[in-house]
Design a protein around this ligand. Structure first.
Ligand SMILES: *Cc1c(COP(=O)(O)O)cnc(C)c1O
Length: 431
């Protein structure tokens, strides 16, 4: 399988190159040259195939020989090391819980998959691989956990001092070994600027192989298709096809669902559920795309004003908004309604939503008001990560999952200012 740049000004590359580079040299996102298509019979049989086997079948054409088949199966098995249960909230609404991984967020799947692909590719690189990421909280934890103790790869994570939650900080700093957490005396934008400067620094890049683990990397994007195939497999109503509502920020997850649907996976309709950051709902309403400045909400992992993956979404539909609109709706749900419905759902059913899943839930519930069908919303994070917000709303304590009790209590991090030279000196240590 080859990948081309959506800006069309860079050469095509294979899966290995696309993963190592992250983004094409022209600044475009990589997109698969062709999309596999499966006949109806495949999906009938798929229900009987074990999860890891099915996921491996799906991802293999995208890897296209860049990793041998046996290794792909091992990577997929290590990626899907936690359950993704489909939990009914009512006759009509199911929660696809994607938060049972080590860092209690769905990003664990993409991060684990990518880290293991890089572990394979590291063998053919003559320099040390340094994965460099800036995080506002969630991504860093998933990357730290996914890459922990992977031989040949050093991970450097920049996070803004005092601006991540306690759980997030423990997830970033608890590992040590090949995970280097840098606590930057600044905000997230400072961290991002430092990382971008390092990627442009020729001297540094000659010493070590710098790569990013951000969500536009194909090795993080593509395995998110697993959620949709496994949801289909475990959907209890064989005669009907669900609507799927996806809490969306950078639109990587929902785009993976649309990709799976282009391969023939039966899904009735998609809802891209956004918080107050309504760039895409506005785009679909007006036909004009206007990037906005992100606003802060309680579902902060979705605070994105200019979602990168909208380019991939449009590419899937030949840039025809009308064809896209037949398959995807996008709505914006504000914090006020999100809070209200979190309390309502808890009082009615005892189910505890997190602020991100709640946006997906509300969008689905609203949709079902006028559509006689059933649906799934994705619960992308465990509510305990947002206990300060959720507990007062439900008037009750959230049970602590065992994985949190076993979080390492050690603290490995180094403080750093916002001056680039300081980061450069640190990174030179890997050259
Ligand atoms: C990243 C994230 C999202 C948004 O996913 P995208 O693929 O960026 O649209 C939703 N919920 C949680 C908890 C996240 O961490």
């Amino acid at each position: 399988m080859n990948y081309y740049s959506l800006k069309n000004a860079s050469p095509e590359v294979d899966f290995r190159e696309a993963t190592l580079r992250g983004q094409a040299p022209d600044g475009g996102l990589y997109f698969p040259r062709s999309i596999p298509h499966y006949p109806e019979k495949f999906f009938v049989d798929a229900r009987k195939i074990p999860d890891v086997e099915l996921a491996s079948l799906i991802i293999k054409p995208f890897i296209g020989g860049a990793i041998p088949c046996d290794d792909v199966e091992e990577i997929v098995a290590e990626t899907l090391n936690f359950p993704l249960p489909l939990v009914p909230l009512s006759d009509q609404i199911f929660s696809l819980e994607l938060f049972h991984g080590n860092t209690l967020a769905f990003k664990d799947v993409g991060a684990r998959f990518m880290s293991r692909c890089l572990r394979y590719f590291v063998k053919s690189i003559d320099r040390r691989i340094v994965v460099l990421v800036a995080t506002s909280g969630d991504t860093g934890g998933a990357v730290a956990d996914g890459f922990y103790d992977i031989p040949g790869i050093e991970v450097v994570i920049l996070f803004p001092s005092g601006k991540v939650s306690r759980v997030q900080e423990l997830q970033l700093t608890g590992h040590g070994k090949n995970i280097h957490a840098l606590e930057v005396a600044g905000n997230f934008d400072d961290c991002q600027r430092l990382v971008k400067t390092a990627f442009r620094d020729g001297e540094l890049n000659n010493r070590a192989f710098l790569t990013s683990a951000n969500s536009i990397n194909v090795a993080r994007w593509l395995p998110q298709q697993f959620f949709y195939y496994l949801a289909y497999k475990h959907w209890p109503y064989e005669g009907s096809v669900p609507v799927i509502s996806v809490p969306s920020g950078n639109f990587g997850n929902v785009c993976a669902g649309l990709l799976a649907q282009s391969s023939g996976l039966p899904i009735d309709h998609f809802i891209a559920a956004c918080n107050a950051n309504d760039t895409v709902p506005e785009f679909m309403r007006s036909g004009v795309y206007t990037a906005k400045k992100a606003v802060h909400t309680i579902s902060n992992a979705m605070d994105v004003g200019d979602p990168s993956n909208i380019q991939r979404v449009l590419a899937l539909f030949n840039n025809e908004l009308n064809s896209l609109a037949k398959v995807l709706s996008s709505v914006s749900i504000d914090d006020h309604h999100t809070r209200q419905r979190i309390a309502e759902v808890f009082n009615k059913s005892g189910y505890i939503l997190d602020p991100h899943g709640a946006v997906g839930y509300v969008a689905l519930d609203d949709y079902l008001e006028s559509h006689d069908t059933r649906g799934i919303f994705m619960e992308t994070a465990h509510p305990i990560k947002f206990s300060e917000e959720i507990e007062p709303l439900i008037g009750s304590k959230i049970p602590v999952p065992p994985i949190l009790e076993s979080l390492p209590a050690e603290h490995h991090s180094q403080r750093m200012g916002t001056d680039y030279q300081e980061l450069k000196e640190f990174l030179k240590g890997f050259g």
